[in-house]
Design a protein around this ligand. Structure first.
Ligand code: CP
Ligand code: NVA
Length: 297
């Protein structure tokens, strides 16, 4: 059977994604087992990380396996060894690989040459592992997200584009509010036009939403645009005033790290009536254990 990878939410069927989420919820109750005994995860990070690194590494340890942290600074990847060669070598010695990189094409090439499952731990285009955690978190707090309304506020970035894929796979509608020029990929919007809408008004996007989500205004790799983006994105802060437009029991999510006072107010981020960001962060651990179990089985 062909090796399964997880480069995008579209790599698993809706039923497989549901099974991973349910398994994540179960694993959260009984975190320790020896299912990954003898298995080794390679973790390649070309960008910084707190949550992703810790959740993958702890997840492997809790299930009896081990993980190797590989940074380009200390490996031949950073000295120009081709992705194709690195993928063949790393996959010949370890059982599963996660990669955080810049261009999405890099992980596609890596997966093409890998003989073991490859997991997207964030590219400039997508962050599907975060969506597993977000979907688990919604399910735990509010039940099924099917048929619900989700609002994405801010940059049309890797997280926003992962929400477009999630809208399709988990069957919800998505309203995206972003400043002109910061919309997500036009092709993705065109192929999801029946359930995804883009608008400029944050108030309109949030109207009656069951889940409101945002992310930093400048992602990793865009640090030089941080200050100019501040003024363009100013009308897009998610705060209590904006949340007043949402459904009565709306939740707020943010993949973190958050910039308080920019994309989200300090008060909203810390308000447990809406904000489930700490559960969301913890669920990276449970969701990725379930994902690795799926890919290794
Ligand atoms: N949300 C997320 O992926 O966090 P890190 O960058 O800390 O891994
Ligand atoms: N959009 C953010 C997500 C960080 C987890 C970034 O790419 O930096």
């Amino acid at each position: 059977m062909a090796t399964r990878h997880f480069l995008s939410l579209l790599d698993l069927s809706p039923a497989e994604l549901q099974a991973v989420i349910q398994r994540a919820i179960a694993l959260k109750k009984t975190p320790l087992n020896q299912q990954f005994s003898g298995k080794v995860l390679s973790m390649i990070f070309e960008k910084s990380s707190t949550r992703t690194r810790i959740s993958f590494e702890a997840g492997m340890a809790q299930m009896g396996g081990s993980a190797i942290f590989l940074s380009p600074r200390d490996t031949q990847l950073g000295r120009g060894e081709p992705i194709e060669d690195s993928a063949r070598v790393i996959s010949s010695m370890t059982d599963i690989i996660m990669l955080r990189t810049f261009a999405h094409e890099t992980i596609e090439t890596f997966a093409d040459y890998s003989s073991v499952p490859v997991i997207n731990a964030l590219t400039d285009s997508l962050h599907p592992c975060q969506l597993l955690a977000d979907m688990q978190t919604f399910e735990e707090h509010r039940g099924s997200i099917q048929g619900k309304k989700v609002a994405w506020i801010g940059d049309g970035n890797n997280m926003c584009q992962s929400y477009i894929n999630a809208a399709k796979q988990f069957d919800f509608t998505l309203s995206i509010a972003c400043p002109e020029g910061f919309e997500p990929c036009a092709d993705m919007l065109a192929s999801n036009s029946e359930r995804v809408r883009v608008m400029s008004s944050a108030e309109a996007a949030v109207s009656e939403a069951h889940l409101v989500v945002t992310d930093v205004w400048a992602s990793m790799g865009q640090e030089d645009q941080q200050s100019e983006r501040l003024s363009q994105f100013a009308p897009y802060q998610v705060n209590h005033h904006l949340m007043a437009n949402a459904a009565k029991d709306a939740l707020f999510m943010h993949c973190l790290p958050a910039h308080r006072g920019e994309e989200v107010s300090h008060e909203l981020l810390e308000d447990p009536k809406y904000s489930v960001v700490w559960d969301e962060a913890e669920n990276r651990l449970h969701a990725q254990k379930a994902l690795m179990e799926f890919l290794l089985s």
